[in-house]
Ligand binder design. Structure first.
Ligand code: F6R
Length: 366
């Protein structure tokens, strides 16, 4: 049932070229620069007039929400707020009938996310769901939604569900951009054509596995780990840190790279691994200065770089290459090596990767 892999988690990591493809199948028309999301068709006017979009989720799904914020604001030009479902529901949040709430959940059963939906519904907002488990509770509570087609995710640590959520959020960002006309059809042709090639890019990113095993060997006895990223690389850093802590029990934190100097820099010494998303995009030069700050304090730098990079390679202790992609698609690709890194470290530490202690696949308690 594990398809020849030692663990479900590894199998699911390797399924991503397929699960990402399945999550966009039948929904994009790259040649025409068009998207079709059946579930949202009825809500075109709502999207056109929405003052803002509020995303509610927990854990990894919340990280996907942060990527969604970046994409929706960039392309659809609608203000987005991303909220922990548990915090949202226990405040007295300001919600109106013009708000669109997007709830993201792999299991579709997370208690806090369900409570947040109910609260927003009472206040008259339109609720959309992004769920993976067909027929689960959340899709029944929402007005409409878009399923991720990741297939069943057995490993407790979410991998393919996360990239499927990010894929669907990318589609929603482009879809709203199409409705609102904030992106030209020509640009959508370009973006959708590149999106269609993402599964192939993920396939390439998976080829770093052997190198990642060697890096894992070097990091496996660390007690702490810092993950840094900027822009859409920041949620990737958060997700990388969550994956490492939940399956390997190494304390890890994800940080916006520029915030390091406001605190975490105090932790850096020659025993502190710092994993940096340092791909060639708008924040490349800034990230390079952050790497220099880490190296000046003898931290161990593991950099995720764009294929062919030389500048970061000269500074970092280890580099992992990923194929070049537009910044919009970076999270889908840069997440892959971080998933593999956590997986191998956890296996080397003798941890139960598929069933980490104290964790459950669906969190039905509040
Ligand atoms: C992390 C993980 C959890 C879930 C969270 C939300 O790997 O699996 O953080 O992401 O419990 O679960 P769903 O998406 O089912 O609502």
């Amino acid at each position: 049932e594990k398809g020849g892999y030692d663990h479900f988690m590894l199998k699911e990591i390797y399924e991503q070229p397929r699960s990402i493809k399945d999550s966009m199948r039948g929904r994009i028309y790259p040649n025409e620069g068009k998207l079709q999301l059946g579930g949202l068709k009825q809500y075109e006017e709502k999207f056109k007039n929405a003052d803002r979009i509020i995303i509610v989720a927990c854990g990894t799904s919340w990280h996907a929400g942060l990527v969604g914020e970046y994409l929706i604001e960039e392309f659809a030009r609608v203000p987005v707020e991303v909220e922990y479902a548990s915090e949202f529901r226990y405040r007295n949040p300001i919600i109106s009938e013009k708000d669109i709430v997007i709830a993201i959940s792999q299991s579709g059963e997370t208690a806090d996310t369900m409570a947040a939906i109910e609260l927003a519904k009472e206040k008259g907002a339109t609720i959309l769901g992004i769920c993976n488990v067909v027929g689960s509770s959340i899709p029944r509570l929402t007005h409409a939604g878009v399923y991720t087609h990741a297939g069943p995710e057995i490993g407790v640590a979410s991998t393919k569900a996360f990239t499927a959520q990010v894929t669907v959020l990318t589609l929603i960002a482009f879809y709203v951009a199409q409705i609102k006309g904030t992106v030209t059809t020509g640009k959508l042709v370009e973006l959708l054509t590149e999106l269609e090639s993402v599964p192939t890019l993920v396939e390439k990113a998976l080829k770093a596995n052997d190198l990642i095993v060697k890096i894992a060997e070097e990091l496996k006895d660390s007690r702490n780990c810092l993950f840094l990223g900027r822009g859409s690389g920041f949620p990737v850093a958060l997700e990388g840190a969550l994956k490492l802590k939940e399956i390997s029990y190494i304390h890890a934190e994800g940080y916006p790279a520029a915030e390091m100097k406001h605190g975490p820099i105090a932790l850096i010494d020659n025993e502190m691994p710092v994993i940096v998303i340092a791909t060639k995009n708008s924040s490349y030069e800034k990230v390079i200065s952050n790497i220099q700050e880490v190296k000046a304090r003898k931290g161990i730098v593991i950099a995720i770089v764009t294929e062919g990079d030389t500048e970061v390679k000269n500074m970092a202790d280890y580099t992992i290459e990923i194929p070049h992609a537009d910044e919009a698609f970076l999270p889908l690709i840069a997440t892959i090596p971080l998933q593999l890194l956590s997986y191998h470290i956890a296996v080397m530490r003798g941890c139960n990767v598929d069933q980490p202690r104290n964790l459950a696949k669906s969190v039905t308690v509040e």
